[in-house]
Design a protein around this ligand. Structure first.
Ligand code: NAD
Length: 254
């Protein structure tokens, strides 16, 4: 029997959806959390260890390709075999396109698209050597539909769906499952920022803006991050490889 330790790399794993994914995957594998804020990463690692899991933190900016290589090297030195890569780190900013700062556009593309690409490229040799593995790309319902005032974010999330589809075609025969995960509004800081943006643009109260966001989901709820984490864990279980290349929509209905 192999004594290899199976591992998952989760970018942006210190808070929000990434944290929920880290906590959930740590029930099945060792986890390497990558992110910019060391305190968030360490507190998530600590919680995982308290529950008997194995976790390490790698402080890094996903836009630097050397960061991805460093994370893979950390896993190798720990004796871990990478089976799952979760490209979750992401940023968004809304605003009218005619005055949207070009630098913000570039940052969104750099983190959401290039950051994912950096980690995919760095992890591919390990995943291909194992002849099995899962890559989940945290896209969004904005990866499949257009929304006003979010041209940059929407573009980047569409790109992740395209990236997942291309990788599924390229690597399906070599045992990889690549899935773009597309949630609606999920509870956390990103959705809180969206609510503040809606308040400002429409001149409405926090409660009214929250209701608008809630009503985007036919179930009239903001999705808990643990639901996204549960779906990512299911994809990573490898039980349904034919999910590969297909957007997984978690929105309560479109
Ligand atoms: P969040 O802002 O709470 O967390 C994002 C994480 O990414 C943070 O840990 C942050 O430190 C990390 N990150 C950002 N830039 C980074 C960089 N350059 N290098 C390393 N780490 C970086 O957001 P969230 O709600 O947890 O969202 C996680 C992912 O899910 C994002 O890709 C987001 O676009 C996507 N998503 C979110 C929602 C939602 O409603 N919150 C819906 C659909 C998809």
């Amino acid at each position: 029997m192999s004594d290899k330790i199976v591992a998952s790399i989760i970018t942006g794993g210190g808070r929000g959806i990434g944290r929920a994914i880290a906590l959930r995957l740590a029930r099945d594998t060792a986890v390497l959390l990558v992110g910019r804020t060391e305190s968030d990463l360490q507190s998530t690692c600590q919680e995982i260890r308290q529950h008997g899991g194995v976790a390490e933190a790698c402080v890094a900016d996903v836009t630097a390709s050397a960061a991805a290589e460093r994370a893979v090297e950390m896993a190798r030195v720990a004796g871990w075999t990478i089976h799952n890569l979760i490209c979750n780190a992401g940023i968004g900013k809304s605003g009218p396109t005619e005055s949207f700062p070009k630098e913000t556009w570039r940052q969104i593309m750099a983190v959401n698209i290039e950051g994912s690409f950096n980690f995919i490229q760095a992890c591919l040799p390990s995943l291909l050597a194992a002849q099995q593995g899962t890559i989940c790309l945290l896209s969004s319902i904005s990866g499949l539909k257009g929304y006003a005032y979010t041209a940059a974010y929407t573009t980047s999330k569409h790109a992740l769906v395209g990236l997942a589809r291309a990788l599924a075609q390229e690597y399906g025969k070599r045992g990889l499952v690549v899935v773009p995960v597309c949630p609606g509004f999920v509870a956390g800081e990103m959705t809180d920022r969206t609510i503040r943006g809606v308040m400002k643009r429409r001149g409405i109260s926090a409660e009214e803006a929250t209701q608008l966001v809630v009503r985007a989901n036919p179930q009239r709820r903001i999705i808990p991050p643990e639901e996204v984490a549960e779906m990512v864990a299911f994809v990573c279980s490898g039980r349904v490889p034919s999910l590969s290349g297909n957007p997984l929509i978690l929105s309560g209905g479109e």
